[in-house]
Design a protein around this ligand. Structure first.
Ligand SMILES: [Zn+2]
Ligand SMILES: [Zn+2]
Length: 176
């Protein structure tokens, strides 16, 4: 079984993420929290990055209030936070959070694809609250189905600016 450190390390290097994807500054030198996001499809990591809070805010600032409200409303209403938090508290291991989708509760083994998100504080300690979490691709698709084209364009631009290869606008785990 994978440890939380293994889950949150870069698949590419096998080491913890060290730099912000966007500003390229070493994460430990940034006086702000950072997020680690990964997207895994059929056991293969197709997207992974760490992004510092200021850079993440710079991306989400370009989204309309309406789009942010769509995502917020999904997270609020389609996830039973009371139940999830109770489970998280009783869990023996933090990695139990990655056993199933936080929204539809489908076990990870039955998923074609999913995203994971984790938050680190400015000192590099994992923050345990609503994150870390795992959300499946069909829930991400439901969450993002009604997002506007300008919002999708922001995400595509973010991917194009930061990653080589064909743009993939299937997932928005970075919003979490
Ligand atoms: Zn940054
Ligand atoms: Zn799901």
């Amino acid at each position: 079984m994978r440890t939380m450190d293994e889950w949150l390390a870069s698949e590419e290097t096998g080491a913890p993420f060290s730099h912000c994807l966007c500003c390229k500054v070493p994460l430990v030198e940034i006086d702000a929290p950072w997020l680690v996001n990964k997207e895994i499809v059929r056991e293969e990591c197709v997207l992974e990055y760490a992004i510092c809070q200021p850079c993440r805010d710079a991306v989400t600032d370009r989204l309309s209030e309406e789009s942010k409200e769509i995502v917020r409303s999904f997270l609020e209403h389609k996830i039973d936070w009371g139940e999830r938090m109770k489970e998280f508290m009783l869990a023996h291991d933090l990695t139990d959070r990655f056993a199933a989708c936080i929204a539809c509760r489908t076990p990870r083994e039955g998923l074609n694809g999913f995203g994971i998100s984790a938050l680190f504080d400015s000192g590099g300690s994992l923050v345990t609250g609503a994150l870390p979490l795992l959300i499946c691709e069909s829930c991400i698709a439901k969450m993002t189905a009604s997002l506007s084209e300008p919002c999708r364009a922001v995400w595509r631009k973010f991917l194009a600016e930061n990653f080589a290869g064909p743009p993939n606008d299937s997932g928005f785990p970075g919003f979490l």
